[in-house]
Design a protein around this ligand. Structure first.
Ligand code: NAD
Length: 226
């Protein structure tokens, strides 16, 4: 099982939430990515998402994303879960991507309870409106919100039965995704971490590769292929 976080996309030029370069106009992501912030000020929240959408539209997947595409073909049982909302795994060519926190290119109409892709960037108007007149929201999971039940259940099931659990580029501080490594470990899975820094998972990991995801995953892929 593979579980990726914002760190796999930094080499593409997308800043993470934590660490350097993650700021936008002096707002903290944690203060914008909440239902309360959206209720209070949907325009500012949408300006931030529009900025992120424009940024993501201009970048390309990197070596880390592409290594995972190749790995998908090499293993009979391969599951890729991501906390990322940028869609770069799919753009690289990964076929089975389970998005734990939604996707920045999808929007949701709260009035009609339906989601759809709104790919136009920059957005024609902020906040974007549904045909029914309601204010659309990004179809992403905000702090304090529940993850999609079916995807989270699948993630827990796979974590508890996998031989290997790779956590790549995640600070492992955002629950419930962070706990997946512990589920894997408790159920006999070998936990492997790929990160530039030490995280809470490091001390339970069987193996830890300190470095850039693009480099480490490319090297791992070559080693697997030998
Ligand atoms: P995070 O921002 O909390 O942590 C990023 C982690 O990646 C850090 O531990 C950092 O050391 C590591 N890292 C940075 N560059 C790396 C590299 N090149 N190689 C290896 N590791 C690297 O991210 P998170 O744990 O994913 O969780 C926070 C939330 O951030 C999630 O909800 C996610 O949806 C959201 N997020 C997503 C994106 C995206 O879609 N690209 C970007 C920013 C934040």
């Amino acid at each position: 099982m593979i579980s990726t976080g914002a760190g796999i996309s930094t080499e593409s030029g997308i800043p993470p939430f934590r660490g350097s370069g993650g700021l936008w106009q002096n707002f903290k992501p944690e203060d914008l990515a909440t239902p309360e912030a959206f209720e209070r000020d949907p325009v500012t929240v949408w300006q931030w998402y529009d900025w992120r959408r424009q940024l993501i539209s201009k970048v390309e997947p990197n070596a880390g994303h592409y290594a995972l595409v190749e790995m998908e073909h090499l293993f009979h049982r391969f599951f890729l879960f991501t906390q990322n909302i940028d869609g770069l795994h799919q753009r690289a060519g990964s076929k089975q991507v389970h998005e734990l926190h939604g996707n920045i290119w999808r929007v949701r109409c709260p009035a009609e309870d339906r989601t759809f892709v709104l790919a136009q960037t920059p957005l024609p108007g902020i906040p974007p409106l549904c045909e029914c007149g309601a204010t659309l929201r990004p179809d992403v999971v905000w702090f304090g919100e529940s993850l999609p039940r079916d995807i989270l259940n699948l993630a827990r099931e796979v974590a508890s039965s996998c031989d290997f659990f790779f956590t790549i580029g995640s600070s492992s501080t955002v629950e419930p995704a962070a706990s997946l490594a512990w589920i894997a470990r408790e159920n006999g899975g070998v936990v492997v971490e790929v990160n530039e820094e030490i995280t809470p998972v490091t001390e339970i990991a069987n193996e830890c590769f300190l470095g850039k995801a693009g480099t480490v995953l490319s090297d791992l892929l070559q080693a697997i292929k030998k």
